[in-house]
Design a protein around this ligand. Structure first.
Ligand code: SF4
Ligand code: SF4
Length: 343
C-alpha cells in the first residue's frame, strides 16, 4: 500500500480530468438520496461524515432494468441482437466501507454457476475511491458483519480526511495504482503518521450481534415464531431490498411487440414480494410475510455465508432507516443472538 496526499482542489482537478477522459464518475447527490453521474467536477461531495445515501450505487453495476437481448422473428427463423455493454471506466467517488465491499460480495453470486457478463464487465471497469467513514447512528452495524468504518478492503483507492481540506490518498490495489498513474501530478508525498492518527480518532459502532451465532441458530430454528412476529409487521414493500448494496435478486420477463419482435428484460426483484415465489400452479411455498422475512434473514446470514463464505450484508443500516414500519434488521439479528444464547 502506497500513501500519497491530495488537496480538495486537486481532487476537483483530478475529477475534471477523469470526466474529460470520458470516464463515468459517480458521486453522491447533494441530498444524500442516491448516486448520480458527475458532469461538473465542482459538484463533487465526498461524504465521510454524513449519513449514508438512502440508496446504494449498485444500480451502476447491476441495473434496475436492462435488456439481455432483442429478438426479431423471421419466417422460419429469428435474429438475436445483443445489447451494447458499457465500455467506460466507472469511478465511484467517496464510497464508505459499507458500500465499497458491495461489488466484491455480489461478484460471488454473479460468477457462481453462470457468469453474468453485464455485471462482470461493469465490475471489472469499476474503480472504487473509498473513504473512511466518520458517521454513525443507531442503524449502523458494520462491526457486526466483519467491517469497520476504516476498512480499506473493497476500495482501490482509500481516502482519509485530514486537516485543511486534504486527504490521505492510499493506493490499495494494483488496479488503483494503474488507474491513477496518468494523474500522479495531483498527488504529493503522504505522511502515514497523519492518516493513522486521523483513523485512530474514528469511533467504531458497538458490535450488536455475533453473525456466526445467527447463522448457526437459523439452521435449527427454521420454523421459529420469531419470524412470524416480524412478518406480522412487514408490509412486503421491498424497500429493504432495493436500497441494499448487496441484494441482487432479479426477474426475467419477455416484452413483445406485435409478435414479430421483442426483448428479454432483467428487472430487480425482491424476496419480500408475495409474487416472488408464486408458482404457475398457484402454489406459493412462501405464502406469508413471516416466511418471506425468514428468507431475507436466512439468505443474508446463512445461505450466502454457507455457499460463498460472505455475509450478504455490510451493516450500512439503509434497510432499517428506510423501513416504513420500523423493522430493524440488526435488532432482529440481535434478538436471534439473544435467543441463541439462552439455549
Ligand atoms: S422495508 Fe420493511 S416493511 Fe418493507 S419489505 Fe422490508 S422489512 Fe418489510
Ligand atoms: S441488509 Fe440492510 S444493513 Fe445489510 S447491507 Fe443490506 S441495506 Fe445494508
Amino acid at each position: 500500500m502506497e500513501e500519497k496526499l491530495i488537496s480538495h482542489q486537486n481532487m476537483i482537478s483530478l475529477v475534471s480530468d477523469l470526466i474529460k477522459a470520458n470516464h463515468l464518475v459517480i458521486g453522491q447527490d447533494d441530498k444524500s438520496i442516491g448516486w448520480k453521474r458527475i458532469a461538473d467536477a465542482a459538484e463533487i461531495k465526498i461524504n465521510h461524515s454524513g449519513i449514508p445515501s438512502n440508496v446504494s450505487y449498485k444500480e451502476f453495476v447491476f441495473a434496475k432494468t436492462e435488456p439481455i437481448f432483442y429478438y426479431k422473428n423471421k419466417k422460419d427463423d429469428f435474429d438475436l441482437v445483443e445489447p451494447n455493454l458499457e465500455e467506460r471506466k466507472i469511478v465511484f467517488l467517496g464510497s464508505k466501507p459499507c458500500d465499497a465491499r458491495s461489488i466484491e460480495i455480489m461478484s460471488k453470486v454473479f460468477n457462481w454457476d453462470y457468469k453474468d457478463k453485464f455485471f462482470n464487465q461493469r465490475a471489472e471497469n469499476s474503480i472504487i475511491f473509498g473513504v473512511a467513514c466518520n458517521y454513525q447512528d443507531e442503524f449502523c452495524f458494520c462491526t457486526s458483519v466483519g467491517l469497520t468504518p476504516t476498512t480499506e478492503n473493497g476500495s482501490d483507492i482509500f481516502l482519509v480526511p485530514l486537516a485543511e481540506n486534504n486527504y490521505a490518498f492510499r493506493i490499495v490495489t494494483d488496479k488503483g495504482k494503474d488507474f491513477i498513474k496518468p494523474y500522479e501530478k495531483y498527488l504529493s508525498d503522504g505522511n502515514s503518521n497523519l492518516s493513522t492518527e486521523a483513523l485512530s480518532k474514528i469511533k467504531h459502532p458497538e458490535k450488536r450481534f455475533e453473525s456466526e451465532k445467527v447463522r448457526k441458530w437459523i439452521t435449527g430454528n427454521f420454523e421459529h415464531k420469531l419470524f412470524d412476529k416480524v412478518g406480522e409487521t412487514c408490509l412486503g414493500c421491498g424497500q429493504c431490498a432495493f436500497v441494499c448494496p448487496v441484494c441482487h435478486c432479479f426477474d426475467i420477463v419477455d416484452e413483445e411487440c406485435n409478435y414479430s419482435c421483442g426483448r428479454r428484460m432483467k428487472n430487480w426483484d425482491a424476496c419480500q414480494f408475495g409474487l416472488f415465489t408464486l408458482h404457475g400452479s398457484g402454489h406459493n411455498p412462501r405464502d406469508n410475510q413471516g416466511k418471506r422475512y425468514r428468507q431475507r434473514i436466512a439468505h443474508k446470514f446463512k445461505y450466502y455465508t454457507d455457499k460463498f463464505d460472505e455475509i450478504l450484508c455490510t451493516g450500512c443500516g439503509r434497510c432499517s432507516r428506510g423501513c416504513p414500519v420500523g423493522i430493524d434488521i440488526a435488532a432482529v439479528a440481535s434478538e436471534i443472538n439473544f435467543v441463541a444464547n439462552q439455549v
